[in-house]
Write a protein that binds this ligand. Structure first.
Ligand SMILES: *Cc1c(COP(=O)(O)O)cnc(C)c1O
Length: 404
């Protein structure tokens, strides 16, 4: 069987996911006949408003939040920016201290870095070799002028799940707002903003079968935060601009499905993940798991292979009809390995030979078996033809964007 006879296999669900047919169906009327602006008082506006508030409720239910605490945004990146810049710059504040970690998504690290220009100081806490943050390190980093702690719920590259409840407790006890980027956690583990002491939480629809370009920020009642988009005052003044109604409806539906299907879906993905984690190191010599063995997302398996280079591996897998990603190369033309893998203490050359498999609800054991069948041969061939010491070849497509 050649690759073209075979159905393509998608193992890159941490980059994005398909919109489910149910989600698509729910959204359609809000592009077509129900196109009103939710701020309008006539019937067109009212029906859009009702749909928007229904979607808000569904997102709130998934998080154990109140609907009034949900702000719709354009995605995970905007939610992270709003949380970080919004809290930092509250009431025109131009200095203060922020605590975050080395393994955050760029949507958290870059706003923190940008704030330094205005006088903010940032402590970037390290992680251990499995990617775990020590809550004690967070506590020790706290200063009198700390205005925000931001630690992700689960990592997008290596899948490591952070002890957010403990970190939230520390933040709460010290009266510091706690933000978590939960973009990768949604639909893959229960999330409860009350139990976890979370003040701000970012999520993105397209990472759990909703549409791209829409997300939400949970803002606990009473959290002091400033908008970053100023205008018509939508979303209770926190996010001006006419809400993407169809997108919000899609996000709401995706949230409802996530809650409904979480248990069986996670069980299925976990079984496949565990098979990969067990079999890959048995079948491929000199291969290792990146991230924590158990405290990891049910859909994430990330491996490192000595003497090879991730982009070549992705390209060879793509020839076989398998879509996966590396844990490396971000930004255009960059040969820099992933900041997450480097934070684990890996050497540059080790960080380059990584493969991220991220499962979704429709993946099967048979697909995993096919990967296990082709992977050892591909790795062996790459090791034969491309000793690591050789000039590193360009990756497919030149690497326009980041690993998400
Ligand atoms: C994908 C991702 C984001 C960005 O979300 P967008 O909706 O694509 O802007 C932020 N944080 C994490 C952890 C992600 O995986």
């Amino acid at each position: 069987m050649t690759a073209s006879d075979r159905k393509r296999i998608y193992f890159d669900h941490s980059a994005t996911t398909a919109v489910l047919p149910e989600v698509h169906d729910a959204m359609k009327p809000y592009f077509l006949e129900k196109y009103g602006n939710p701020s309008s008082i006539h019937s067109f506006g009212r029906e859009a408003k009702i749909a928007l508030e229904d979607a808000r409720k569904k997102v709130a239910v998934l998080l154990n939040a109140d609907p009034s605490e949900i702000v719709f945004t354009s995605g995970g990146t905007e939610s992270d920016n709003l949380a970080i810049k919004g809290v930092a710059m509250y009431k025109g504040r131009s200095k203060g201290h922020i605590i975050t970690t080395k393994v955050e998504h760029h949507a958290v690290l870059e706003p923190c870095d940008w704030l330094k220009r205005f006088g903010f100081e940032v402590t970037v806490v390290p992680v251990d070799s499995e990617g775990l943050v020590d809550p004690g390190d967070i506590e020790r980093a706290v200063r009198d002028d700390t205005v925000l702690i931001s630690v992700m719920m689960a990592n997008n590259e290596i899948g490591t799940i952070q002890p957010v409840r403990e970190i939230g407790q520390i933040a709460r006890a010290k009266g510091i707002p706690f933000h978590t980027d939960a973009v990768q956690a949604m639909a893959k583990m229960p999330v409860d903003v009350r139990a976890d002491n979370i003040d701000l939480l970012s999520l993105s629809a397209h990472k759990f079968h909703g549409p791209k370009g829409v997300g939400a920020l949970y803002v606990r009642k009473g959290t002091k935060i400033e908008p970053i988009l100023h205008g018509g005052g939508q979303e209770r003044g926190l996010r001006s601009s006419t809400v993407n109604v169809a997108g919000a409806v899609g996000l709401g539906k995706a949230a409802e499905i996530a809650k409904r299907d979480m248990e069986p879906t996670c069980e299925r993905m976990k079984a496949i993940r565990d098979k990969l984690i067990k079999r890959v190191p048995e079948l491929v010599p000199n291969s290792y798991l990146n991230g924590h063995k158990t405290k990891r997302l049910v859909n994430n398996a990330n491996f490192r292979f000595d003497f090879i280079e991730g982009e070549g591996l992705i390209l060879q897998l793509d020839f076989k009809g398998i879509a996966a990603s590396t844990g490396s190369a971000c930004s255009t033309g960059s040969l820099e390995p992933s900041h997450v893998l480097l934070a684990l203490g890996l050497k540059h050359e080790d960080a380059h030979g990584s493969l991220r498999i991220t499962l979704g609800r429709e993946n099967t054991q048979e697909e995993a078996d096919y990967l296990l069948e082709v992977l050892p041969g591909i790795v062996a061939k790459l090791r034969e033809i491309s000793p690591y010491s050789a000039e590193r070849p360009m990756g497919p497509g030149g690497g326009e964007s980041c690993v998400q």
